[in-house]
Design a protein around this ligand. Structure first.
Ligand SMILES: Cc1cc2nc3c(=O)[nH]c(=O)nc-3n(C[C@H](O)[C@H](O)[C@H](O)COP(=O)(O)OP(=O)(O)OC[C@H]3O[C@@H](n4cnc5c(N)ncnc54)[C@H](O)[C@@H]3O)c2cc1C
Length: 477
């Protein structure tokens, strides 16, 4: 089946009136100034356009909106917090469906260790609701103050706790979804075991809004960490990153909850642009690891585990120096190094970015080989490779050479991407570890996931969304 997305710049007659009637006066806007923040993304690379944004306040309203659009053959783009990094949540003429008014916590069951929330709940609010009930929701990422659970599910977000708790996919028990014909699938089950046919919820996780609108989710909660120990270590070299991770996992009874690789350039970006960043170690090192251990029992055992793990690594020559946070303030300062690097990297110049993954053991090989490949393509290019190395996820961002004009550098983006993705493919990696495909990378889906895999994806899309109205032009080539 040929799925042709209807792109509407003006809506079919009567549709705008019908949608406005469904959502009421507070639930829509076509005012350019109001729409502006929803039509550009965090990176500044993507811009969108829409004839109308609707903000339904209930599942029934979402269902009525989708049904009306389906009847009129008008396409829809669901949007959460608009923090996505691939342009997936920006419309290109479609009706924009913002979930932000659907932000209620519907239920929290401390005995089941579950929380049921509407899709428009901001991630930080879900963390806080769990915390207030003496429980823990582990999904955590830099955008947690703005991104929404519906967006997290639709991108299968990763973040800094994947090593211990898994991606968003591992955190979801049940979903409520409005399907492309307006039907509501109520799959909000709280079951840990449920082998009753195809696991439909997993179709919608990571689908980037191309198969339906997620309206609510039941999520797994965990015992709250009672102790945290945060350390910062200077690595002997790049290979030492995975050696250190292996030592710490073995020495701690798997208490490692985060393990982030940080290059010297990343620390220097923070030192230059953020007064909260200090260099925690005496001598500079080309590579660092930011490590966090967590323990759910307050028995003062977590810090000693980190201490003894780092001592063993020092003795074996895997690290050359390390420090452990003595207070909450020091812990936040160590994490600030990681956050400032991401926030201020743009100040070092134009950046060509990649969000790749390889098997954990091959992270050093990936970075080394890719560094050589991109230096051959653009001499003087400055790699800023960092990320959740415990998950094999490298944010491989490449800053423009000093002295090279920005535009001339960005013109080389295709060559740089090719060099990086070739190395990644040779190491059995993925071209998108956690940010998704969106508008940016459908061509790579064709190259990397062609044949039976792409054919199956297309059949699923055609079966669920025969009119092609759900977030057209995203994910599938
Ligand atoms: C500073 C910063 C740090 C980040 N760190 C990380 C990180 O560590 N790990 C990580 O994985 N990502 C990270 N991201 C990327 C981003 O935050 C995640 O992709 C996040 O999950 C997107 O959520 P959102 O609500 O903003 O979704 P949006 O950007 O609004 O949408 C993303 C996609 O989901 C779809 N969508 C949104 N809501 C729904 C819904 N209810 N139903 C169906 N489809 C929907 C949209 O159509 C779009 O395709 C970061 C971003 C920033 C800006």
């Amino acid at each position: 089946m040929n799925i042709v997305a209807p792109r509407v710049k003006t809506l079919p007659a009567g549709l705008a009136e019908a949608l406005r009637a469904i959502v009421g006066p507070k639930g829509w806007s076509d005012d350019p100034a109001t729409l502006d923040p929803y039509l550009k993304d965090w990176t500044g690379y993507y811009h969108g356009t829409t004839p109308l944004m609707v903000m339904p306040a209930s599942t029934a309203e979402v269902a009525a909106v989708v049904a009306a659009c389906a009847r009129a053959g008008a396409a829809i783009v669901p949007q959460g917090g608009n923090t996505g990094l691939t342009g997936a949540g920006l419309p290109q003429g479609e009706v924009l469906v913002s979930l932000r008014r659907m932000n209620r916590v519907r239920a929290l069951d401390p005995l089941d260790y579950t929380i049921t929330v509407e899709a428009g709940c901001v991630l930080a609010a879900v963390q806080q609701a769990a915390d207030a009930a003496d429980r823990f929701f582990p999904l955590s990422l830099g955008a947690e103050g703005s991104c929404q659970i519906g967006g997290n599910l639709s991108t299968n977000a990763g973040g800094i706790s994947v090593l211990r708790y898994g991606n968003t996919r591992e955190l979801v028990l049940g979903l409520e979804v409005v399907l492309p014909d307006g039907q509501v699938w109520d799959g909000l089950r709280r079951l840990r075991k449920d082998n009753t046919g195809y696991a439909l919820k997993h179709l919608f996780v990571g689908a980037e809004g191309t198969l339906g609108v997620i309206t609510a989710a039941t999520l797994r909660l965990f015992p709250k960490p009672r102790e945290l120990a945060t350390g910062f270590a200077a690595l002997r070299d790049l290979d030492a990153s995975v050696e250190l991770l292996a030592i710490l996992r073995g020495a701690s009874g798997d208490a490692v909850s985060s393990f982030e690789l940080i290059p010297r350039l990343g620390l220097e970006i923070g030192l230059e642009h953020d007064s909260a960043v200090v260099d925690p170690l005496a001598a500079p090192s080309p590579w660092y690891a930011l490590i966090e251990f967590s323990g759910t029992v307050a028995d003062a055992s977590t810090r000693p585990k980190l201490e003894s793990g780092l001592a063993a690594a020092l003795e074996q020559g895997v690290i050359t120096d390390a420090t452990i946070a003595e207070s909450l303030d020091q812990r936040l300062r160590l994490w600030r190094i990681r956050e400032a690097m991401v926030e201020f990297q743009y100040k070092a110049g134009a950046s060509i970015k990649h969000d790749v993954s390889v098997p954990v053991s091959r992270v050093p090989e990936f970075i080394r080989t890719a560094n050589a490949a991109v230096a051959a393509a653009v001499p003087g290019i400055r790699p800023l490779a960092f990320g959740h190395v415990g998950d094999g996820n490298v944010h491989y961002n490449l800053t423009q050479p000093v002295g090279m004009p920005r535009a001339a550098y960005l013109e080389r983006a295709a060559d740089v991407h090719r060099a990086v993705y070739d190395v990644c493919a040779a190491l059995d990696g993925s071209f998108s570890a956690e940010h998704g495909v969106g508008r940016l990378k459908p061509y790579l889906v064709k190259e990397w996931r062609g044949g039976a895999e792409l054919d199956t994806m297309r059949r699923i899309k055609a079966a669920l969304d025969p009119l092609g109205i759900m977030n057209p032009g995203k994910v599938l080539p």
